[in-house]
Design a protein around this ligand. Structure first.
Ligand code: C5P
Length: 205
């Protein structure tokens, strides 16, 4: 069974995907981390994330990079969204995601194009979303709670820019996959969102 979880930044898709994977006893891949590793590697090499050749060079990151906590930072998220626009980068990461999705026994993957490009044949597809205000508020609290400097206006601007880039790129833009169940988590607690997601997967399979 393949479960595809897509959605915009800070929608709760990562939390939902992890919980769904635990519930069904399936391995989980956060594909955003792969794009983050590329963006991070390009920056460390002194490359330009907007240049296709430079961005492609970042796809050769060593596996150990994926465990670096720095990958979770806002800055690296911004770099990831820039390198992810290049079709060469997406193509270079395709096989790795495809192999994970098709492993015997099934898998849960979360990202932007899982239900549309990586595993269009997924038995269950979820599109997790929330209003811009709710997503910004969650990101704000998350940053503040972890002791980081947070400014709501900056977060709103950053989310808007990332949505813009993710939805309007030519290759694999973020959109609701055919047959996907849209889960709007605005106003839901994490527990409610997880319960709804599990119910949607059960209904689809
Ligand atoms: O989900 P996360 O915020 O970690 O993803 C970082 C960036 O990587 C996203 O803004 C998006 O541009 C890109 N991405 C993508 N396709 C995926 C996963 C992430 O383009 N499947």
């Amino acid at each position: 069974m393949i479960i595809a979880v897509d959605g915009p930044t800070a929608s709760g898709k990562g939390t939902v995907a992890r919980a769904v994977a635990a519930h069904f006893g399936l391995p989980h891949l956060d594909t955003g981390l792969l794009y983050r590793a590329v963006g991070y590697t390009v920056a460390r090499m002194g490359g330009d994330p907007d240049d296709p050749a430079s961005a492609l060079a970042g796809t050769g990151f060593p596996d150990a990079t994926l465990a670096d906590p720095e990958l979770r930072s806002e800055d690296v998220g911004g770099l990831a969204s820039r390198v992810s626009r290049h079709p060469q980068v997406r193509a270079a990461l395709f096989e790795r995601q495809r192999a994970f999705a098709t492993q015997p026994g099934g898998a849960v993957l979360d990202g932007r194009d899982i239900g549309t490009v990586i595993a269009p044949e997924a038995e269950a597809k979820l599109f997790v979303t929330a209003s811009l205000a709710a997503r910004a508020e969650r990101r704000f609290r998350e940053m503040r709670d972890s002791g980081r400097q947070a400014d709501l206006r900056d977060i709103l601007d950053d989310l808007t820019a990332r949505d813009e880039r993710d939805q309007n790129r030519a290759d694999a833009p973020l959109k609701v996959a055919e047959g996907a169940c849209v889960l709007d988590t605005t106003g839901m607690t994490i527990e409610q969102a997880i319960a709804e997601a599990v119910a949607a997967v059960n209904a689809a399979t």
